[in-house]
Design a protein around this ligand. Sequence first.
Ligand code: PBG
Length: 327
Amino acid sequence: MAFPKTRLRRMRATETHRRMMRETRLSVDDLIYPLFVVHGRNIRREINSMPGSFQLSVDLIMAEAKEAHSLGILAVILFGIPHHKDEMGTEAYSSEGIVQQAIKVIKDSVPEILVITDVCLCEYTSHGHCGVVKEGHILNDPTLELLAREAVSHAKAGADIIAPSDMMDGRVSAIREALDKNGFEQIPILSYAAKYASGFYGPFREAAESTPQFGDRRSYQMDPANSREAMREVSLDIEEGADMVMVKPALAYLDIIYRIKERWDIPVAAYHVSGEYAMIKAAGRLGWIDESRVMMEVLTSIKRAGADLILTYFAKDAARILQREDR
Ligand code: PBG
């Protein structure tokens, strides 16, 4: 039935109509809040290119996790900045590592919040790559063992979910096997399955001090032009035992989220990354866009595309807005 019998504007008349017709609802339950943890005490260092995001010392991370929990946020994901970086990224799998300390403190003080850990070497290696480097090459298979050790050490410290972000082939099965062997068969894996070699990670690398010292990540992260390859990545990760898969970044890759959601019944997460956050913050500060409105529009679009979970530096801001809307 066409116009004039049909008039779609009828159901847009008032906010009440629009609420009734709303197809996608963002919920605080969808949000995962990333945190950067550093050594030291009483450190709260704002990240230049990510206003409103901080590097926090372990003592302050506790308060941050409490605040997130009080806003209804169900999970945080931790990134560590070590004291000392070396060729093999040893602090990544040390029981005294920065992330291991942060996990314990959060689980002791806010046991209800789920602690997800990013498993990767780039924050811990002197060369800044996500794997073992030999003669300028990033080696796949020798890296798997280190990633498995890192995952087990996070689990031992109390991590609830393990999220490998390195993009080595075979890491999900290597990690699954190591977790199972160490009695952590209940710990799920959230795999960064389709992670692109993206310019949008710029601010994160400042935050995590993880810029590669030579070359770039294009030999392991995906080419932004590819989507069929993302399907293969996801299918392999599921076969290897991933419990959830992630697409990263989010906004420039909504088609990938959509395709994965159409094809598999596995929970899909999307990482609204640092550069996406920085662009909204910057334009908002200049008065060129309405920051909160654009933030909610973008997060809703990621959910509409099919994401069940959204990792975002806006988690607290969005949670506050959702609380207000609920009343
Ligand atoms: C580690 C990792 C990165 C991000 C998450 N995990 C950086 C990278 O791959 O260079 C980026 C997150 C963001 O930009 O917010 N490999």
